[in-house]
Design a protein around this ligand. Structure first.
Ligand code: ADP
Ligand code: MG
Length: 254
């Protein structure tokens, strides 16, 4: 069993898309995978076909009301993965959980119960480093950081990783960086290649070989409530996420 958190304090970098496709990809490789949507926007849940009116019970139910996770796991319409939905109730998690003892470890406790049922638990985080992502980092064995290959975005990656390190040190946590994945790459822009070269210089083998290009089939799939593996299995998006799934599993199995 291993838990993987998708983190980046920047929004729109492909966290949710990578979380849903790794989870779906793992299931397609015969692994038992659980996806936990920790974002109040619930993009992961919605992009796997859940209805906005039907997001409860969600992970918020477990975090706030000590309801067992087993009771909130469902199979979304668009994938065979097991899912715990996110919901708008996560919006004020910082305030609601602030006074709790061990507030950074609530998610870890909540997920313990289902550890033995899954090979992989994937945590999709909101774009911040506030209490919910901190809970995700603490609950995880591995971190995967999606980045967009834009010069300005790259500058932020180093400082974000430093912040994550200091959070871990403070809490005494041991989640390790599994890798940085370049997503939404557009090679028509000259700066893309340069940005990727810069990333590889700075972070070396931490960067996954697979680069996920911008592909309209990927964004279409989420609006149809499913993954690109279902929506457009022969697309470059499906091929890239298939390759990334294999690469992630290789690193995990080492
Ligand atoms: N490879 C891709 N090609 C095209 N669109 C993508 C790709 N990856 C993500 N997107 C789209 O970009 C937007 C942001 O991606 P998302 O995964 O939600 O980022 P985050 O979770 O980091 O905010 C979404 O609308 C998504 O559908
Ligand atoms: Mg997201």
């Amino acid at each position: 069993m291993g838990r993987i958190a998708l983190i980046n304090n920047k929004g729109g970098v492909g966290k949710t898309t990578t979380a849903t496709h790794l989870a779906d990809g793992f299931v397609r490789e015969g692994r038992d995978a659980l996806l936990v949507d920790l974002d109040a926007q619930a993009s992961a849940s919605l992009s796997l076909g859940c209805e906005r009116e039907d997001l409860e019970p969600s992970i918020a139910t477990c975090l706030y009301e000590e309801i067992s996770v087993e009771k909130v796991i469902r199979t979304p319409p668009g994938s065979d993965v097991d899912l715990i939905t996110g919901s708008a109730r996560l919006q004020n998690a910082d305030v609601r959980l602030a006074g709790e003892l061990g507030r950074e470890r609530i998610l870890q406790e909540v997920l313990k119960e289902v550890d033995s049922q899954y090979d992989h638990v994937i945590l999709d985080c909101p774009p911040s480093l506030s209490l919910i992502p901190i809970n995700a980092i603490v609950a995880s064995d591995w971190l995967v950081v999606p980045v967009e290959p834009h010069y300005l975005a790259l500058e932020g990656v180093g400082s974000m990783l430093d912040t994550v390190e200091s959070i871990k040190k403070e809490i005494g946590d041991s989640a390790r960086l599994l890798g940085i994945v370049v997503t939404r790459a557009d090679f028509r822009a000259k700066a893309t290649k340069q940005a990727i070269e810069m990333l590889r210089r700075e972070h070396g083998d931490t960067i996954f070989d697979t680069v996920v290009r911008g592909n309209v089939r990927v964004s279409e799939a989420s609006s149809y409530g499913t993954t690109v593996f279902n929506h457009s299995p022969n697309s470059t998006g499906a091929e890239a996420y298939h390759k990334l799934t294999k690469e992630v599993l290789n690193r995990l199995d080492q």
